[in-house]
Design a protein around this ligand. Sequence first.
Ligand SMILES: [Ca+2]
Length: 309
Amino acid sequence: MNTIKYILILFDILLTISYIRSDGVCGDWDSFKDERCFRVYTDLGQHTYDSAQAICENNSATLATIHNADEQEFITKLVFITHKVVDEVWIGGHREGKVFQWIQEKADIGPYTNWLNGSPTNDTNEDCLQMVPKSKDMGKWDDENCTKKNLFVCQKLQKWTIDMIQQTLLNERKQLQSIIADMDSLKKANPIPIGFTYVQLPKEKAPQDIWPTFKWQEVSANYAGVFFRITGGSAAPVGQIQEESTPRLAMIEIADATGYKDKSDPIGKGGHAKIKAGSTGNPWFFQFDVSNDEVRPRNMAVRVWNRIA
Ligand SMILES: [Ca+2]
C-alpha cells in the first residue's frame, strides 16, 4: 500500500508540474515548457566562455544546458532562427578532467549528446562547449578554446507564483481523488494477487484463458508426478518429497523338520529373492519377484500455475 501511495504522490507532483502555465513566468526571456527561461544575448557583443557565464550569473542564470532532443530543438530554433545568429554560441558545458560536464548540474554530459561529426576533437586547449550555426549541422556541439569570443545563451528556472501553484494543486487534488477511486474499484474488480496459485483440473481452462490480462507461469514441473497429503503423522516435512513406500514381500525364510534353515536377502522394489529347499542331493529353487510398478490410486494429472504479473 505504501508503494501505491508513493506512486500516487509522485504522479501528483508530475501532473502538478505539467499543469502549471508558463505564461508570464519568464518576463522578457523565452519560456521553455513549464521548466526554464532562456535568453539569447545578442546585444552585449561576444565574450569568452567565463565572461559569458559571469553575465548569466549576474542575471541569476547559468549558460544553457541541454538534456534531450526537445530542449535541443527549442534552443537551436531560438538561437539560429528566431534570433538569426550566424556565429557559434556558448552553451554551459566544459571539460572537467577527461569528460565534459554541464555547468549548472555539475554532472557529466549525456546520455543525450549532439556532437558535431568528429567532435569532441579532445584537443587539450578545447575545453568549452559551443553550438555551431552551419545549416546542415545547425545546433551541433563542438569543443572549442574557452578564450574564444562567442555570443551565448543563458537559462534560469521559471518563477511560479503562489496563485499558480495553489490553483494547480487544487486541480491535482481532484485528479488524485479520482485516481484513488479508480484504483479502489480496480482492486475490488481484481481479487487475484500476484503470486496466486491456480490448479488447473483436467478438462478445465488454463488461467491465461480465464484472465488474459495477467501473466501466468506454469510450475507443474516443481511437483511432477507427486501426490499431496496433509502434513503430520508419518508425512515428510512440508516442502520435501517423500519417496514411495508400501507393504509388500520383504524377505523369504524357510525351515524344515531336520533343522535346516535359510533366508533370502531383503527384497527391494523391482528385485527378487531366491531360496533353496528340499534335499541336499535334489534341491528345489524358489524365486519370488517384486514388480517395479508405482504405487498409485486411480488418478488424473493436473497443472499448477502462479500469477507472476
Ligand atoms: Ca573542436
